[in-house]
Design a protein around this ligand. Structure first.
Ligand code: NDP
Length: 336
């Protein structure tokens, strides 16, 4: 099959720093960019070697492209993905897929009806570290899973302290930004998320936008015929000196993953059972975004599945929305 031609929707930081390179490494061509600003579109295209730049989404979609990568602000994902799917383009959409579950569900259904590939650009479930954890759990290495904890507390880089922090800005806040990523890892590992309780606060003195920048969440997972599993997440824009991690505790052992929740691939998986503790070998040589782009390309070609399908993106969004609602209402929110 010929290389995929990509149109970029959003002249964003993540496209510039990670995804354009991953498109090229995975064998695709980054052809053009759509931005809301003519100057930004032109500058972005020039900086990244893209042939076309436009402020007209229909013009981008009418071009010689097979797929779009959407990395605009979160409030725009739904309508841009919908227009791209209706124009017959495969869609790799940044997380969160949309701002409400109904919108994300309709994106998923549209992709199914049109036979196009829709994926969420959750890079973490494709990490070899997380694949190894899933393999260990599936093989019964730690017995029955009881609980999991995610530490995803980081310092938001200064260059990203814009729309994410705006109180009242649609799609802002630490929960849609980071808890959503945690759910993309926990859901395929632990089963069906059914209830969520969260607290969120504003901590940083540099956070003049006023939106919450730190949250802790507890999620209850259920699986037929098994005891419920509890997962806890700590997500923050305000912590500068911590390593990220994942712990999974079972009746026969514990798995710890250090540097589990970063944009880079390296990390360490430690397995502790009655026989002692050992580091488990994991090949961390490939960039996580390249892994995601390769999986997306294979899905388009009919030879694989995306790292996070549209439905996976929808389920991650449901957990994040439930956490957000819980943090506002002070109540546990149930997911149906
Ligand atoms: P940016 O703030 O860099 O870009 C988002 C939009 O903001 C762009 O599409 C652009 O609009 C506009 N913008 C960018 N720079 C400027 C500027 N200087 N002045 C005015 N407007 C500007 O966002 P991120 O790259 O941080 O995030 C984009 C999306 O990617 C989000 O949905 C986020 O959740 C997701 N993301 C995913 C990650 C992952 O690992 N999967 C990591 C980081 C982000 P326009 O296109 O109209 O020019």
């Amino acid at each position: 099959m010929p290389a995929l031609n990509w149109g970029l929707i959003g002249a964003s930081d993540i496209a510039a720093t990670r995804v354009i390179g991953a498109i090229r490494t995975s064998g695709g061509n980054a052809v053009g960019v759509f931005s809301g600003s003519a100057g930004r579109a032109r500058d972005f295209a020039a900086s990244h070697g893209l042939a076309t730049a436009t402020t007209d989404l229909d013009e981008l979609l009418a071009g010689d492209i097979d797929a779009v990568y959407i990395s605009s602000t979160n409030d725009k994902h739904f309508y841009q993905a919908t227009r791209a799917l209706k124009a017959g383009k495969h869609v790799l959409c940044e997380k969160p897929l949309a701002l409400d579950a109904g919108q994300a569900e309709s994106m998923v259904r549209l992709a199914e009806e049109t036979g196009l590939t829709l994926a969420a650009n959750h890079h973490l479930p494709g990490s070899p570290l997380h694949a190894k954890v899933r393999d260990l759990v599936t093989a019964g290495t730690i017995g029955t899973v009881l609980s999991a904890r995610v530490a995803h507390a980081v310092l938001l880089p200064e260059r990203l302290r814009g729309w994410r922090l705006g109180q009242g800005t649609p799609g802002s806040g630490v929960i849609l930004d980071i808890t959503c990523h945690d759910a993309s890892v926990l859901n395929p590992l632990l089963g069906t998320p059914v209830a969520v309780t969260a607290l969120a606060v504003r901590q940083a003195d540099w956070n003049t936008g006023g939106q919450e920048d730190a949250a802790m969440t507890v999620i209850r997972y259920e699986n037929d015929g098994q005891a419920p599993v509890l997962a806890q997440t700590h997500d923050s824009f305000t912590v500068g000196y911590a390593r990220t991690s994942l712990e999974v505790h079972g009746t026969e052992g514990t798995i710890q993953v250090l540097d589990a929740m970063t944009q880079d691939t390296g990390g360490q998986v430690i397995l502790t059972t009655g026989s002692g503790s050992r580091t488990v070998d994991v090949d961390c040589s490939e960039d996580l975004y390249v892994t995601g782009l390769r999986a997306f390309t294979a899905a388009v070609e009919g030879t694989g599945v995306p790292t996070a399908t549209g439905r996976d993106g929808l389920m991650a969004l449901k957990v994040a929305l439930a956490a957000q609602e819980s943090a506002i209402s002070g109540r546990t929110v149930h997911i149906n």
